[in-house]
Design a protein around this ligand. Structure first.
Ligand code: IPM
Ligand code: MN
Length: 345
């Protein structure tokens, strides 16, 4: 029988509320003979205020022993900007080599989109997760003076680019449309752009069944609004991926529905699944948060662990739930109950 050892990081703000619904649905969808063991980790603003700890060596050693991590949200207005993001969220992505940041977008029926007409959206962004300008490779000179100079260097290695590009080709090959678009800015970022484009073209020779396309990132934002149907799989660097996936969420039902996986495809480390949204401290505790993004992140988690049928059942249940929404108010936990009932039934 199959088993899952899951680390749970509820985190800050609405994190604990949405994670509770994710676990509810996970429990409901798993077959009787599958064993689920969860261990909660107290990480985030509260812990930092109480102890000054962000992520200790003991934390990472313990986290490493699990099959996967489910994370709610990290971030609180009482903590200076960047402290939790760098010291916790990004640190986990780097430590556990989450080089594939997977962010699917699918426009569900009965879902609000700011796009005109009847757009069709079903694409996945493969965002590089361990390099680019996120590496902290920068500094400032003459800090705080009118002559200050600040740099934030984007790091792109042949190794890092090739492995994420390869992963994106594999994902494109497995989808019906088999199309892969590289999004970058090769007209200005000439060195990194050349490495990405050359790698994309070279690896592409091994995937003759995959149709390829290249787009500058600024143009990609136009197409994502005017003609999102042209995208199937997108591969891009860490920062471009951060930006276009917020846009992707906004055009496909909002961040209340957007799921993500920080994936270590080699399985040397646990992958970590989290909603794209943040901790939303303004609505924490009000029961207004939509748990769908977290529940869909659980589906990505199951898919990653090989529970393909269960993952599909969750995606179907969320689709049915969203399709049936008529605007009558439901709490976070009522939505969780409804989706859990659908996956069980
Ligand atoms: C995201 C977030 C993070 C990122 C922040 C909170 C560090 O915006 O997951 O998209 O930039 O990756
Ligand atoms: Mn982001």
């Amino acid at each position: 029988s199959r088993s899952i050892s899951l680390a749970v990081i509820p985190g800050d703000g609405i994190g604990p509320e949405v994670v509770a619904q994710g676990l509810k649905v996970l429990t409901a969808v798993l077959p009787q003979d599958a064993k689920l063991e969860t261990k909660e980790y107290d990480l985030g603003a509260k812990r930092w205020h109480a102890t000054g700890d962000l992520l200790t060596d003991e934390d990472t050693a313990a986290l490493k022993t699990h099959d996967a991590i489910l994370l709610g949200a990290i971030g609180d207005p009482s903590v200076p900007s960047g402290v939790l993001e760098r010291g916790l969220l990004l640190k986990l992505r780097f430590l556990f080599d989450h080089y594939v940041n997977l962010r699917p977008s699918r426009l569900l029926p009965n879902t609000a989109t700011p796009l005109a007409g009847d757009p069709s959206i079903d694409f996945v962004v493969v965002r590089e997760g361990t390099e680019g300008p996120y590496t902290g490779n920068g500094g400032s000179l003459r800090t705080g003076t009118p002559a200050e100079v600040a740099t934030e260097v984007s790091v792109n290695t042949a190794y890092g680019v090739e492995r994420v590009v390869r992963d994106a080709y594999e994902r494109a090959k497995a989808r019906p449309r088999k199309k892969l678009t590289l999004v970058h800015k090769t007209n200005v970022l000439v060195f990194a752009g050349k490495l990405w484009k050359d790698t994309f073209d070279r690896v592409g020779k091994e995937y003759p069944e995959v149709t390829t396309d290249y787009m500058h990132v600024d143009a990609a934002t136009i197409y994502m609004v005017n003609d999102p149907a042209r995208f199937d799989v997108i591969v891009t660097d860490n920062l471009f991926g951060d930006i276009i996936t917020d846009l992707a969420a906004a055009v496909s039902g909002g961040i209340g529905l957007a799921a993500s996986g920080n994936v270590n495809p080699t399985r040397d480390f646990p992958s970590m699944f989290e909603p794209v949204h943040g901790s939303a401290p303004d609505i924490a505790g009000t029961g207004k948060a939509d748990p769908a993004a977290t529940i869909r992140s659980v589906a990505l988690l199951l898919e990653h662990l090989g529970f393909t049928a269960e993952a599909a059942r969750i995606e179907e249940a969320v689709t049915a739930d969203v399709t049936a929404r008529d605007g009558s108010p439901r709490t976070t936990s009522e939505i969780g109950d409804a989706i859990a009932a659908r996956v069980a039934g």
